[in-house]
Design a protein around this ligand. Sequence first.
Ligand code: NAD
Length: 380
Amino acid sequence: MKIGIPAEVDRNESRVAATPETVKKFVALGAEVAVQSGAGLASRIPDAEYEAAGGRIVASAADAVHDADLVLKVRRPIAGELAAYRKGTVVVATMDPYGNEAAVKAMADAGLTAVAMEFMPRITRAQVMDVLSSQANLAGYQAVIDAASEYDRALPMMMTAAGTVPAARVFVMGAGVAGLQAIATARRLGAVVTATDVRPAAKEQVESLGAKFVAVEDEEFKQAETAAGYAKPMSAEYQAKQAALIAEHIKKQDIVITTALIPGRPAPRLVSAAMVASMKPGSVLIDLAVERGGNVEGAVPGEIATTEGGVKIVGHLNVSGRIAATASQLYARNLYAFVETLVDKASKQLAINFEDELVKATVLTRGGAIVHPAFAPKET
Ligand code: NAD
């Protein structure tokens, strides 16, 4: 079994899909691993560490992938990369397929078996493979670090000889994996933390971290979680009631961190320009949903926008990639845990059971066609 690890081509991508730790494990499984020179540099991994782990350093992405049975990536291969792949290669990456149907088709046309790690079911067996959780957790942490560095005041209450400094007020919107880590991190830094979510289950989790829960808790709220544990889109009426409550609350906040997502849809707009304008100069908003359209009006992908009122809206892209060395370490472990289940230990070859529920949930393209039910052409 040949595994290829090309460098990421997106200039915003600092992560890498394999680390020396996972290369060593793949080699122990019987694989030959080719790593493109420099693939790990942005995650502080020099070529020599991959070599010491048993990997082979190759000069180009084409050298890493052209004869690979399996290619591991952070992001899906784009048009310019696909020519180097041979038909039948299995590519495991975060595929970001919603809204990118042409890119999915291009992978099908190239004959790849494209596996989308973000579709891994959230069941106990697959927790160790859950890239959404591992990366969202780090993004939630990094959001608070970014907020603290953009904020020109202290976060904790400080009692000094020169007088007392009040604690910063941090409001976290969306208390999923990223939001809960943001709450915990802001609490560790001494902020006074409140949080909101549309899923009732989030209330207890928020409170267990020592933050106060803020939401309109009506009948619709009590039904707002899908069987898979995700948020449902809320009615216009609920959103209006919630917005009125949030508008009052946001005025008093120093830092707002938004993380709200709904799978397969644009991010819900939670903070209006008027709400931003109601905040004090020097306040900071971090929009972790900016890549999905943004929770905050005025958030610009990849930029820090400052309003006329002196409020900063931070729209960093790929926030887990801002803590790349750790993000790569966890992402690579997620991939190893999944790939290990695809390998026949006796023959040391890929032996994918396409009936396995994890495989069924994640395979997007195979044999020249789009096979995932969410993207396959509908029969008429
Ligand atoms: P996500 O990234 O899809 O969304 C982030 C948060 O935004 C969610 O908590 C969601 O409810 C919230 N949100 C959506 N619309 C909102 C709105 N209008 N206002 C406020 N908040 C809004 O979610 P996630 O972090 O992937 O977590 C989703 C669920 O999956 C959670 O229940 C989480 O605990 C669960 N989970 C389970 C497992 C597992 O069992 N293996 C692993 C990870 C997460």
